[in-house]
Design a binder for this molecule. Structure first.
Ligand SMILES: C[S@@+](CC[C@H](N)C(=O)[O-])C[C@H]1O[C@@H](n2cnc3c(N)ncnc32)[C@H](O)[C@@H]1O
Length: 223
């Protein structure tokens, strides 16, 4: 199946609300567990969550790594409004979490300061995937932990329909449509391997994760 891009930003208020209300708890938790299994209990003092949306992963990171400041970046004001309201609602996140509205690529970011860069489900939104990989290079410090998870594009329309039937049973129409569009916009592992080679990110590995995700993980070089 050919890739079909979808709009980059999720800045429609209804779309952002539907996303924020959807239950991604088990797959979000699985991502946190994968990070802990690979990199242990310390990600350093500055974690960046790229394409953070309403902050689902950002807050889980803050709770799992209380010694770190977690910065969530997203270009969509509608998403960040929800994220910021959630941050305000919990005193423990007031110091530990920050959000900033940034459309990637962005030259005005503190280069080389992130001890870990995490991103969930941003890659497939980007019309040019190098935007993600260049941002990883831009933000990551030497030896930084990198964990990027995204959807894996199905091989055929039939495979896409089967995934929708299992994973979106009973979901609101706006979410079903978003999910189908996201699967069509996603990359396949071999494409991501080529992207990493082009970006010079040779220390990162690409692997399938379950029936719908791919995962890119590793550390940036030490020097
Ligand atoms: C599917 S959501 C994922 C949200 C979050 N990472 C999560 O796992 O719940 C993708 C997010 O990426 C953001 N995004 C897409 N393209 C972007 C860009 N060029 N710059 C900044 N954010 C972008 C969208 O606005 C959206 O909030």
């Amino acid at each position: 199946m050919e890739r079909i891009c979808e709009p980059e930003l999720m800045d429609e208020p209804l779309q952002a609300q539907a996303y924020a209300q959807a239950d991604f708890a088990s797959s979000d938790q699985a991502l946190l567990d994968r990070i802990a299994a690979q990199f242990g209990g310390d990600l350093g003092d500055h974690i960046v969550d790229l394409g953070c949306g309403p902050g689902n992963i950002t807050f889980l990171l803050a709770d799992r790594y209380p010694g770190s400041l977690v910065l969530g970046l997203d270009g969509a004001a509608a998403m960040l409004e929800i994220a910021e309201a959630r941050r305000q609602s919990q005193p423990r996140w007031h110091q530990a979490v920050r959000f900033r509205q940034v459309v990637l690529p962005c030259a005005d970011l503190q280069a080389g300061t992130a001890t870990a860069v995490v991103s969930n489900s941003l890659l497939h939104h980007l019309h040019d995937p190098q935007v993600l990989w260049q941002t990883v290079r831009q933000l990551g410090s030497a030896g930084a932990v990198i964990m990027v998870r995204d959807l894996h594009r199905p091989a055929s329309a039939e495979e896409l329909d089967a995934l929708l039937a299992v994973q979106m049973a009973g979901a609101p129409e706006v979410l079903r449509t978003d999910y189908a569009n996201s699967l069509r916009a996603a990359f396949r592992c071999e494409e991501v391997v080529d992207q990493l080679r082009l970006a010079g990110l040779n220390t990162l590995k690409v692997a399938r994760a379950g029936d719908r995700y791919l995962e890119v993980s590793g550390r940036l070089p030490l020097a």
